[in-house]
Write a protein that binds this ligand. Structure first.
Ligand code: PLP
Length: 365
């Protein structure tokens, strides 16, 4: 067996230890005589797995007791509809901060359910920055303010936690799409009304969506919100109103235990800082490659970069693949390259990438 260095934006690399453990338990989980995929979601074995998974996530992110953790399906894109369906309540308007492709998509979807006010946008910069909170123009009475705190495609990450109390608007819940950086850095959950993300980057397999929602935001769903997407219903049924993505929850649980063994989120954040610094420092010192994001807002998880001579892109991709470095092609809307360096990518993988890039540049410059 030979594993590659996988820089996919998602689904993405998982810790090898987790994959080995899942493989070892595939046919017989803890002496139950069955694999997790075969278990009833209502049986005592799976109920225990789900409870442990939730408890570990709560511990890792220090989720306060008055927040509920929901295991849902449909991915972050479905949440773009599920959120307004649940949170508009008796308000008319929702505010959106647009910092790239994902928050752009989110605000477009929300328009089906509510009036949308674009409170701030970094479109004029080509989505290479995050507008400072002082520039956000909130509407008088929004149901919530939507943010995407790490834009996976543009490689733009908030350098601050959105805290509306600083604007004297602490009563307005902040919603954050954290799909591509959840668990990569320490956050203060109490600053948010709702945090959500698809699992397939830092958490586990695709098919699971995590929602962390403040309890007072439950029970506001529009009458036509599908029951399976009504946060109150999902919460009241312990995320088992319908059959949850059981195997994805189990693997997420293994990832959470792995993360705890690494020392938790603060410890992985220190590693993520070191990994990102290695790559960005190399890019900044190079006159062969470049990253175009405002240095203050560069993502630690997703690093888009360009070869200054775009004619070499195909050769870069072919040669990096031959060297065991895969999934480096940039998103089609941005072009160039992108290296996603999530929690499960070790420093050695980033070092291997930098070594390859240095060698490639020396040969082609
Ligand atoms: N939001 C962000 C920040 C993402 O990175 C992605 C997927 O890459 C999505 C939303 C869409 O997620 P999904 O495909 O799980 O619906």
């Amino acid at each position: 067996m030979s594993r590659v260095w996988n820089f996919s934006a998602g689904p993405a690399v998982l810790p090898e230890e987790v994959l080995r453990q899942a493989a070892g338990e595939m046919l017989d989980w803890h002496g139950s005589g069955m694999g997790v995929m075969e278990m009833s979601h209502r049986g005592k074995e799976f109920t225990a797995i789900a409870a442990q998974t939730e408890a570990d996530l709560r511990e890792l992110l220090a989720v306060p007791a008055h927040y509920r953790i929901l295991f849902m399906q449909g991915g972050a894109i479905a949440e773009n509809a599920i959120i307004p369906l649940n949170l508009i309540g008796d308000k008319r308007v929702a505010d959106y901060v647009v910092t790239g492709s994902w928050s752009q998509k989110s605000q477009k979807e929300a328009r089906k359910y509510a009036e949308v006010n674009i409170a701030a946008s970094s479109e004029a910069s080509g989505f290479t920055t995050v507008p400072a909170m002082a520039e956000w123009k909130l509407s008088p009475d929004p149901a919530y303010v939507f943010t995407c705190t790490n834009e996976t495609i543009g490689g733009v990450e908030y350098p601050f936690e959105p805290d509306l109390a600083q604007l004297g608007r602490g009563e307005v819940p902040v919603v954050a799409d954290m799909s591509s950086h959840i668990l990569s850095r320490v956050i203060d959950v109490s600053k948010y009304g709702l945090i959500f993300g698809g699992a397939q980057k830092n958490i586990g397999p695709a098919g699971l969506t995590i929602v962390i929602v403040r309890e007072d935001l439950l029970g506001r769903a529009m009458a036509h919100c599908p029951s399976a997407f009504d946060y109150r219903t999902v919460a009241d049924n312990g995320s088992m109103y319908n059959t949850p993505p059981t195997y994805a929850i189990y693997v997420a649980g293994l990832v959470f235990q792995w993360l705890k063994r690494q020392g938790g989120v603060a410890a992985i954040e220190a590693q993520n800082i070191a990994k990102a610094k290695l790559l960005y420092d190399f890019l900044d010192r190079s006159d062969f490659y470049e990253n175009r994001v405002d240095p203050a807002c560069r993502s630690r998880m997703n690093v888009p970069f360009f070869l200054k001579d775009g004619a070499l892109d195909e050769a870069f991709l072919a040669e990096s693949k031959a060297a065991g470095l895969v999934q480096l092609k940039g998103h089609k809307s941005v072009g160039g390259m992108r290296a996603s360096i999530y929690n499960a990518m070790p420093l050695a993988g980033v070092q291997a990438l930098v070594d390859f890039m240095r060698d490639f540049a020396a040969r082609k410059a």
